[in-house]
Design a protein around this ligand. Structure first.
Ligand code: AMP
Ligand code: ZN
Length: 476
């Protein structure tokens, strides 16, 4: 097996990945809080996770992937203070929290499908796992790392610090953390650093459950610890999220989990950098205005072009959203698809062996992704493979490209199949070839006449933005 290198935020170094129980890899990703649409910044995080998962699979690993869906307990202040984000939207829209969560979860799944993200084996919704969160909180209390007051169950950060573990991920001292952990309604906390596992005595909160400590609701951090461990075990291989989760959310997940289990919670934490707006500021929902995947569609950009846009930078580098880069990504996507469509049905049919010369491209691509997911380089190699295939007029590069697409996730095989759906009769193919030549020679009158003739023969003709055309037999 070729070594796979990835940057581990725990050690702040690129490490050779070692799975706990190869070939299985357990992967937990902090997922969406379903109170508003996921913007392109959020989607960058999921494109990154998808490319990580596909790269592991490319290397022969079997990935068990769990993504949470936060539908309770995530407060507007991100720490424990403020209003529950889902409830805030519910109040504003005159809906129930469940309706809000269902609506935005559904919208998120549609975006994931449009981006061709492999769905996780488990989508775990916080409100379906309240019992697990209560059980884990009780275990933390039993282990001596949490205590109960009138306002809630709190994690005892001072006690945890006693074993010199707090701040491992963020390298922040407790004093630096204190400002972000200070609370709200909980004057009875032992220390301002302590954070809530379970919140009590908040009658205005719409979603509440019975617990051994009284009616209340879970804190946001305990959700991820409880769900990750439920589905993936007490030590998981890889935990992902955006870099904004390092200082609070992931620190707290580690503290809670490890004080309960006395085992390492995640062997690798892998974080993606931000997508920033034109002015360089992080794209965020609190900024009020944020770009969505559907905005790209309205501008004639295919969702898959956003994948290619993301590959243009390494996951640990910030990327600035801009129209030129998105358009360049679209034209690369057109280039990939055009190649896939033009692979002849017979000559390079599935099962035909790849050209020997293409092996070098496969190796270089593999080397790039195994080098801490160097997607810009991997993308460049895939594009070079196509250019070389055209130069050699050798479509036996297709099986190689199809193999690389397992990581790129552009669904090129589907595009190729749809181009070959219902094989085209030889005389129609001749008309198509003539039309291609006419368009190339800019004889648009002839191209138009041929188009009409092809349509009369029962074919739909679609001229693509990149100058290519698609021909498909009309059904029925
Ligand atoms: P949220 O729904 O706000 O909890 O965010 C979901 C995921 O998106 C988290 O992993 C965040 O770290 C990530 N995220 C949020 N904003 C951005 C951004 N502008 N760029 C990249 N990732 C982001
Ligand atoms: Zn999380």
């Amino acid at each position: 097996m070729k070594p796979f290198y990835i940057f581990n935020s725990l050690s702040r170094a690129v490490e050779e990945f070692q799975a706990l129980k190869p070939p299985e890899v357990t992967l937990y990703s902090c997922g969406p809080t379903v109170y508003l649409p996921q913007h392109l910044g959020n989607l960058r995080a999921y494109v990154f996770v998808d490319s990580l998962r596909r790269s592991l699979e490319f290397n022969g690993y079997r990935v068990r992937h769990v993504m949470n869906v936060t539908d309770v307990g995530h407060m507007t202040g991100d720490v424990d203070e403020g209003e529950d984000k889902v409830e805030k939207t519910a109040r504003a829209q005159g809906k129930s929290p469940l309706e809000v969560a269902n609506y935005y979860f559904e919208q998120f799944r549609r975006d994931c499908a449009a981006l061709n993200l492999e769905p996780p084996q488990v989508w775990s919704r916080a409100t379906d796992h309240i019992g697990d969160m209560i059980a884990l909180s009780a275990r933390i209390i039993d282990a001596g790392f949490a205590y109960v007051t009138k306002s809630g169950v709190y994690f005892d950060v001072e006690k945890y610090r006693g074993s010199n573990r707090a701040g491992r991920l963020s390298r922040q001292s407790l004093d630096e953390q204190s400002a972000t952990q200070r609370l709200e309604h909980s004057a009875d906390k032992h220390s301002p650093h302590d954070f809530a596992l379970w919140v009590l005595d908040q009658p205005g909160h719409l979603m509440q459950w019975e617990s051994p400590w009284g009616r209340g609701y879970p804190g946001w951090h305990i959700e991820c610890s409880a769900m990750a461990m439920k589905y993936l075990g007490e030590t998981i291989d890889i935990h992902t999220g955006g870099i904004d989760h390092i200082p609070v959310h992931h620190e707290n997940e580690i503290a809670q989990s490890e004080s309960a289990t006395h085992q390492p919670f995640a062997r690798y934490f892998v974080h993606n950098a931000f997508l920033v707006g034109r002015e360089g500021a992080k794209i965020s929902k609190s900024a009020g205005k944020f770009p969505l995947l559907s905005d790209l569609g309205a501008a004639g950009i295919d969702p898959q072009a956003f994948r290619i846009f993301c590959y243009g930078a390494k996951y640990r580098s910030e990327i600035a959203f801009n129209d030129d880069a998105i358009r360049a990504a679209q034209s690369n996507l057109d280039y990939f698809r055009e190649f896939a469509r033009s692979v002849p049905a017979g000559a390079a049919a599935d099962g035909v062996e790849a050209a020997g010369w293409a092996a070098e491209y496969y190796e270089r691509f593999h080397g790039a992704i195994n080098n801490d997911l160097n997607t810009p380089q991997a993308l460049a190699v895939a594009l070079e493979l196509i250019a070389e295939a055209y130069r050699r007029k050798d479509f036996r590069a297709w099986p190689t490209l199809r193999a690389l697409d397992a990581v790129l996730g552009l669904d090129l095989a589907k595009h190729r199949e749809s181009a070959h759906a219902g094989s085209i009769e030889a005389d129609v193919q001749q008309l198509i070839d003539d039309r291609t030549a006419a368009r190339k020679a800019k004889d648009f009158q002839l191209a138009d006449e041929l188009r009409k003739e092809i349509e009369r023969r029962g074919y739909e003709v679609k001229d693509n933005r990149d100058g290519t055309a698609t021909y498909q037999q009309r059904r029925g």
